[in-house]
Design a binder for this molecule. Structure first.
Ligand code: URP
Ligand code: ZN
Ligand code: ZN
Length: 459
């Protein structure tokens, strides 16, 4: 059935207008005032609300075997939580480890999502090793529509690659025209520092940050940028958490290195004191790179506001309290990660636009459009235009509430932002023209999401 969204204020990354949106066959077919529509059209009144393009989370983990366990969400639970929170597309890290066959890993990850996700999705293909067989497989995977790689400079002997493999991966990325995303921490330094911190008697979650200090991330970021510079490949630093790493990325950018930067909502709003909470509560806040000293936050926010930071993602990676308990007495065994896919948009809206001076267009850009452009989804996703997919968020800026485990849909037994006030939420969310969420509840069709096949961008 066709759908009309009327009386809303349409806000994209670069425009703002009061107009109605008409949707047929999953796409936007008309935008204008007083549109004539056929009888039988479903009408949504968006008066007093914004209409944003569906938000894109370019960094999530759904299926993730990691640190002796598995991240908690399935595509069913994770995607429902996503659309309730306004995210209508996500890009999952497809993460086989060094001992896995990369192509088998890709098929496994694809199979986990197919027919389960309620919104559209894609993958960044992790490259955990580089050899002739893997290279051939990566070519096949890119030909299948996966136009981005992921490398981990962290997690030695598991996901992590050495310098030679990094170089080979980036050469291939350059040849194929795909962008490479990177977790930038020096794996060797982390491996050397962790036992030193344990020896000092710091065995709880508070030991996590000093075991991977800011300099370790700055080195990883600088090294990644240097490898980009010497291969001509384009890179994207994921979950950049601190000023020295941002300086390394910006220094490279100013030399002309094609490098882009992502921050994640936990680093913008939580600092390392959360991981220092007593009675092992800090374990909830163990992620990598770690939550940092709070002096970093205003600089990261400024980066978002000015566009030095390209995107705001989540790094959604939920582990429950029982899983976190695996690291009681040894912080190096606490599964790294926290949930956020449901709350990202509302938190960025509240602490960015509503309370923090973030421009509303930059908000749309950072949470949707820029990711669509970088990862080959634009203009199908990331904007409101005739011909674009009708992924839309009718946003109510007058709603008031709080983040809470009591009301969340993410499959986890805590919410990392418990009690954080929210100054708005999506009233209606559409996925390719059908209503998927309304007022904090999923009302869509199970398993309707599709794998988005992306073309290499030839950066
Ligand atoms: O702590 C984190 N970030 N967990 C997920 C894996 C990763 O490094 O992104
Ligand atoms: Zn990471
Ligand atoms: Zn991640």
């Amino acid at each position: 059935m066709p759908l009309l969204i009327e009386n809303g204020e349409i806000v994209t990354a670069d425009s703002r207008q009061r107009a109605d949106i008409y949707i047929e066959d999953e796409q936007i077919t008309r935008i204008g005032r007083d549109l004539e529509v056929p009888p039988g059209t479903e009408v949504i009144d968006a008066a007093g609300k914004y209409v944003f393009p569906g938000f894109i989370d370019p960094h999530v983990h759904i299926h993730l075997p990691f640190m002796g366990t598995f991240a908690k969400d399935s595509h069913e639970t994770g995607s429902k939580a996503a659309v309730i929170g306004g995210t209508t597309t996500y890009i999952e890290m497809c993460c086989p480890n060094r001992n896995d066959d990369v192509l088998e890993g890709y098929q496994l990850w694809k199979g986990m999502a197919e027919g389960k996700s309620v919104c559209d999705y894609s993958f960044h293909m992790a490259v955990p090793k580089f050899d002739p067989k893997t290279e051939g497989q990566l070519r096949e995977i890119v030909a299948d529509g996966i136009a981005s790689f992921k490398v981990f400079l962290a997690y030695k002997n598991f996901f992590g690659v050495g310098d030679e493999e990094l170089y080979q991966t980036l050469r291939l990325a350059k040849e194929l025209g795909v962008i490479t995303t990177a977790h930038c921490e020096n794996a060797e330094l982390v491996a050397q520092l962790q036992p030193r911190i344990l020896e000092q008697g710091m065995t709880g979650p508070e030991g996590h940050e000093p075991s991977r200090p800011e300099s370790v991330e700055a080195e990883g970021t600088h090294r990644f940028a240097t490898f980009l510079e010497n291969t001509g490949a384009t890179g994207y630093v994921v979950h950049l958490s601190c000023v020295p790493a941002l300086n390394a990325a910006m220094a490279a950018k100013s030399r002309g290195v094609p490098i882009f930067v992502e921050v994640v909502i936990p680093h913008l709003l939580l600092d390392k004191s959360w991981a220092e909470r007593p009675n092992f509560e800090g374990a909830k806040y163990v992620m990598s790179p770690p939550l940092r000293d709070r002096r970093n936050q205003p600089v990261l926010w400024e980066g978002v506001k000015r566009g030095f930071v390209d995107t705001v993602a989540t790094d959604h990676c939920p582990f429950d309290l029982e899983q976190k308990d695996m690291g009681r007495g040894d912080f190096t065994k606490i599964p790294n990660g926290m949930p956020a896919i449901e709350d990202r948009v509302n938190l960025l809206w509240t602490y960015g636009v509503s309370r923090g001076g973030l421009d509303i267009h930059r908000f749309v850009d950072a949470a949707s459009t820029r990711a669509a452009k970088l990862f080959g989804l634009f203009p199908q996703k990331g904007t409101i235009a005739v011909g674009s997919d009708a992924d839309l968020v009718i946003y109510d800026p007058n709603w008031r509430g709080k983040c809470s485990v009591e009301t969340q849909h993410m499959n986890n037994d805590y919410n990392a932002f418990e009690g954080f006030e929210l100054d708005g939420r999506p009233a209606v969310v559409t996925v390719r023209g059908r209503i998927a969420a309304r007022d904090g509840e999923f009302v869509g069709e199970p398993g309707r999401g599709r794998l988005l096949r992306r073309e290499p961008a030839y950066f």
